[in-house]
Design a protein around this ligand. Structure first.
Ligand SMILES: [Zn+2]
Length: 383
């Protein structure tokens, strides 16, 4: 019996290796898959036959050949299913529909008038349903829903605390998954944003990334060795609450002088963010000075991140993207004077490549990777 189980497991693992290879390299021939994976041609052929049968892989045309018969090419079938990515904000819910390659096919946004749980839940149901209604027919339909939220989320997807929504201890995962009968992944929006940039954006070639989500607050998603660093209970990354002014303003977290009070989009003592953007765009000195100061404070926190984590890449994302041209030089100058030169040499600072969709695409990726790892996870449990 044991032998049968092991053979079954080996086959499953090989099948996912073959699928991953086709997904990353497609279009690719069976021979090339065999060469890249080290699996023999017969094994690859039978696994590919199953993947074609499951509609995860398609055969197309012919590829280059070094003489002789031209090989049939294999393609990852990106529209065999779809994923929904959701970003729950304080004032709006944004949703996207992607194919299994994380390519966006639909996008919507709906305003939130209030923040109480019952109302927001109903709006979330409606927002997700509207994406489901727009989903093209496919073999697997919606494979899952990923949701990025502005709060502290534990490893089970329970929202422990979302200060801007004034939510505490809320099992959003159970509500959504029961309503739609679909797998749901909920994570902090900065973690989802980090994953989005890593999979589809500025972080694709980097192994060690700190993604800084700057909007009304500041959150960070930390990726070490290509894996999201979650900490002991899944709560890491609240760098917006590191103290940068010892006797600074009071923060709602209980501390004083937190980074996000000085460097977020809501940090200006006089003007809101939209006003500052308008002022700066029309060349008003007060607006430009406001952003310069925010850039300096961002640079102070970034210097600490560079000295602490030695990341190769720091990505600034979310709403602060809109002020890129007014904060960049202040950030660069501050980091140049405040971080350790050895560390700085190995770190670069970039803005999110997915613009303001890092969290949405990261959330969709959670759904996609959950779908493809289902076999692997259930097998790991039986071992
Ligand atoms: Zn704080």
């Amino acid at each position: 019996m044991k032998t049968t189980g092991d053979q079954f497991l080996v086959k499953k693992i090989n099948k996912s290796i073959v699928l991953d290879t086709i997904r990353d390299q497609s279009p690719i021939s069976r021979a090339a898959v065999s060469k890249m994976t080290g699996l023999n041609k017969g094994t690859v052929s039978s696994l590919v036959a199953e993947l074609i049968n499951n509609e995860f892989v398609l055969e197309i045309g012919t590829g280059k050949s070094s003489g002789g018969r031209k090989p049939v090419m294999l393609l990852f079938h990106e529209t065999a299913g779809y994923a929904i990515g959701v970003e729950l904000g304080v004032a709006k819910i944004r949703t996207i529909l992607t194919n299994l390659n994380g390519e966006m096919v639909e996008e919507a946004s709906r305003k939130l008038a209030r923040t109480e749980i019952e109302y927001v839940t109903q709006e979330l149901f409606a927002a997700i349903q509207s994406m489901i209604d727009l989903t093209p027919p496919s073999r697997y339909g919606i494979v899952g829903i990923g949701i990025g939220v502005p709060g502290i989320v534990d490893e089970t997807g329970r929202i422990l605390f979302a200060p801007n929504l004034q939510w505490e201890n809320m099992d959003l995962n159970a509500l959504i998954s029961e309503h739609f009968q679909l797998p749901v992944t909920i994570d902090n929006e900065a973690n989802a944003g980090a994953v989005g940039e890593q999979q589809y954006g500025a972080g694709r070639d980097a192994a060690n990334i700190v993604y800084i989500s700057v909007s009304e607050g500041i959150g960070t998603g930390i990726i070490f060795g290509r894996e999201l660093f979650r900490g002991a209970a899944g709560l890491s990354g609240e760098m917006g609450h590191m103290t940068i002014e010892a006797n600074g303003r009071k923060c709602r977290c209980g501390n004083k002088g937190c980074w996000e009070l000085y460097a977020s989009t809501s940090s200006h003592p006089q003007y809101d963010f939209d006003t500052l953007v308008q002022m700066s765009a029309s060349g008003e000195a007060d607006g430009i000075r406001g952003f310069y100061e925010m850039g300096e404070y961002l640079g102070i926190g970034i210097s600490t991140i560079i000295n602490t984590f030695n990341p190769e890449l720091i990505i600034i994302g979310n709403q602060m993207m809109r002020a890129e041209r007014w904060i960049t030089s202040a950030i660069q100058q501050t980091v140049a004077t405040r971080s350790l030169s050895y560390h700085r040499k190995h770190s670069s600072i970039r803005f999110a490549q997915l613009e303001t969709r890092s969290t949405l695409l990261g959330a969709a990726y959670y759904a996609i990777s959950g779908f493809f790892s289902k076999d692997r996870a259930s097998l790991a449990e039986t071992m």
